[in-house]
Ligand binder design. Structure first.
Ligand code: GLA
Length: 671
């Protein structure tokens, strides 16, 4: 028998029954009497999982080497007593005042040289050796103290790494950037080649000459900008790994994660890359109250999170019960919206529903942020909805561990996002997410599930693959996408895809270099549109943002531009490829135009909605290993809607009668 020398951490799910429920718990803000009441209320709400101690460092270690653990011991014991599991934080997301006073060099520095001071949170740079020494120190002390505690189920490492500040320009950051570049390129001439430094006399003689791309008279080297993005994303994860190394040593069986912020608003961290170091994917998501289609942005965030998780169940680590405090106007959630939001995340693969935070603060800058226990206490709509949600999640226990069914993939790449939005491109109106989200929206409205996947993901099993403004791409990823078409998928590639390689060097010989052959087109010149301009297309559709001079080279034109100087030039093409096809979209159609392209693609690929339903009903299906399926139907309208499905409705425990109440949710165990 071969004995394993290293043990891998247990799955967090082994420790939790059903769909986990809870939130951030900050008991240090409250007296003992309130903490006792918390235990009762948690049981009333059905809480099973809490993140504890995220911002507790200054109270746990009030002076260097002096520790006050009594309050946290009591909290952990009490939570264990009521069967609640804990994601215990490393407490490192806000360094204490004594540490800043002793070592101000840990503070982050911005591009213009401003030092970001204390009095808030996240005031450290991840490349500070001193900060890492202190952060690993408190992490080790916490791990040693609670390693055998029955409540401990997961390590919550730091908090939202890269939130508030995600680019670091201090001296230690510069040194770390140089070291990272040296490891990446080996020698300075390789860097010169990658950055194209023959341009504008930018050649470097040694790594010591390199600075972060801060402020300069004109546009900065794109290779330098791209590598600085990569470096910062790496530096945050490198810091995470150093904390995790301590946790692995002391508590090898306890899984570790950190809460991501995957959504349309977070660009700076390559979460597909980060996922390799997380034992379970956890995400935080906040609705933008002013967005009338906020449920679609939520769906996009959840689909992206599932993609980052490789399709595995994930933790919704934070969302809000009602209003937040950091948008310009903080509208509360509408009645029933919290249930719809929570179950939309579950519908899209979350097996844990958690909030910021358990009890609404009475002091501090987040006192007007909603929580599970509002300022008004139990006699409030929010509390009643929190209790109802706890009961609903209990009834969804059978869903735990099942996976979302999807035959459509949208390719998503943080590197392409970064590269495509570096300055000096053909048009500032090409924003990486715009077209991608327009397709996601059209599919959402049709009740078609979409996996948001990395370009290197295994694409077998997808019947429709969408590649939107994937400006930069590796040869391997381009081949992966082409192989999907050859194997039978309908693949659509849009304008401004496959233009550059990973060094942001243009692929020569006609655009879109990486996909020219697959698509059977050659683009000679870009014709981005002026602001506010629209184009008419041959089938009556209207588009904006982009047009270009496309030549057919094996593809057929499906639709053409109609206006000078591109009259008759293809705007949409199709080429049969192996068992599938490759479509090329050379412009950004308006909503109706996108929907009609999507309808054609769905028809060709044979992909249909998860069920037939009235408009306004969000649909997804989760399938368990043993073949049971669960259809989620979320009615975003204010009138009742019908869905054609049959089976037991898990939330009511009754047979599904074909109706989803206004603003309501049903989860049907089909069959
Ligand atoms: C983030 C943080 C939390 C809290 C919430 C408020 O998600 O992780 O500590 O500040 O925002 O929305």
């Amino acid at each position: 028998m071969i004995l394993q020398e290293t043990s891998s951490p247990a799955s967090v799910w082994n420790n939790i029954e059903g769909i986990a429920y809870g939130g951030d718990y900050n008991p240090e803000q409250w007296p003992a009497s309130v903490r006792l009441e918390d235990l009762e209320l948690m049981q009333e709400a059905g809480v099973s999982f809490l993140s504890v101690g995220i911002f507790s460092w200054a109270l746990l270690e009030p002076a260097e080497g002096t520790y006050h653990f009594a309050w946290l011991d009591e909290v952990m014991d009490n939570l264990a007593g009521i069967g609640v599991k804990v994601a215990l934080a490393t407490a490192t997301a806000a360094p204490p005042a004594w540490l800043v006073r002793k070592h101000p060099e840990i503070l982050p520095v911005t591009a213009d040289g401003t030092v970001l001071g204390p009095g808030s949170r996240r005031h450290y740079t991840p490349s500070s050796a001193v900060y890492r020494r202190y952060a690993t120190g408190i992490t080790r002390v916490l791990a040693e103290r609670y390693k055998d505690h029955p409540a401990l189920a997961l390590w919550h490492v730091d908090n939202e790494l890269g939130c508030h500040v995600s680019e670091f320009y201090g001296e230690e950051d510069t040194a770390a950037f140089r070291a990272w570049l040296e490891r990446r390129y080996g020698n300075i001439e390789a860097l010169n080649a990658a950055w194209g430094t023959a341009f504008w006399s930018q050649h470097y003689g040694s790594f010591e000459e390199i600075l972060p791309p801060a402020v300069a008279p004109s546009t900065l080297n794109p290779g330098q900008q791209l590598d600085f993005q990569r470096f910062n994303s790496w530096a945050l994860m490198d810091y995470y790994r150093e904390l995790v190394a301590v946790l692995r040593e002391v508590t090898p069986g306890v899984p570790c994660t950190t809460n991501l912020m995957a959504s349309s608003a977070t660009k700076s961290m390559d979460y597909f890359d980060w996922a390799k170091d997380l034992d379970v994917i956890a995400n935080d998501h906040y609705l933008v109250a002013a967005d009338p289609e906020r449920q679609i942005e939520l769906a996009f965030s959840a689909d992206l999170t599932r993609g980052i998780a490789g399709g595995d169940p994930w933790i919704l680590m934070e969302h809000s019960t009602s209003a937040v405090n950091w948008q310009p106007r903080n509208q509360p959630k509408m009645p029933g919206e919290m249930l719809r939001n929570s179950l939309a995340h579950v519908a899209r693969g979350a097996d844990a529903v958690m909030f910021f935070q358990w009890r609404q603060s009475f002091a501090g800058s987040e006192k007007f942020h909603s929580a599970m226990v509002p300022h008004g206490g139990r006699d409030t709509r929010v509390w009643r909805e929190v209790v109802d949600l706890g009961a609903a999640l209990k009834r969804l226990a059978p869903v735990r561990g099942s996976r979302v069914e999807s035959r459509v993939a949208i390719v998503f790449d943080y590197e392409a996002w970064w590269a495509s939005e570096i300055d000096s491109k053909p048009s500032i109106d090409v924003k990486y997410l715009d077209l991608l989200r327009a397709f996601h929206r059209a599919l959402f409205l049709r009740g078609v599930s979409v996996d948001v996947v990395h370009p290197s993901a295994i694409l077998d099993g997808y019947d429709l693959v969408l590649v939107c403004t994937l400006y930069s791409v590796t040869d391997d990823a381009a081949a992966n996408i082409a192989a999907a078409a050859a194997a039978g998928a309908t693949v659509l590639v849009s304008y401004f895809s496959g233009i550059a390689d990973k060094n942001d060097h243009v692929r020569l010989g006609g655009y879109p270099g990486a996909f020219r052959e697959l698509l059977g087109v050659r683009v000679e010149e870009f014709h981005p549109l002026l602001a506010g301009t629209q184009l008419k297309l041959s089938d009556g559709a209207v588009s904006s943002v982009w047009s270009e001079h496309v030549h057919l080279a094996g593809a057929d034109a499906v639709q053409t531009f109609t206006e000078y100087p591109l009259e008759g030039v293809p705007s949409l093409t199709r080429r049969p490829v192996g068992a599938g096809s490759a479509w090329y979209l050379a412009t950004f159609p308006d909503r109706d135009g996108i929907e009609s392209v999507v309808d054609r693609l769905l028809e060709e690929s044979g992909v249909a909605a998860a069920a037939a339903a009235d408009p306004g009903v969000e649909l997804t299906r989760r399938r368990s290993d043993d073949g049971r399926t669960f259809l989620f139907a979320i009615n975003h309208t204010r009138s009742s809607a019908t869905v054609q499905a049959s089976g037991a409705e898990l939330l009511s425990g009754q047979a599904f009668d074909g109706t989803v109440p206004a603003g309501g949710v049903v989860v049907i165990a089909e069959g």
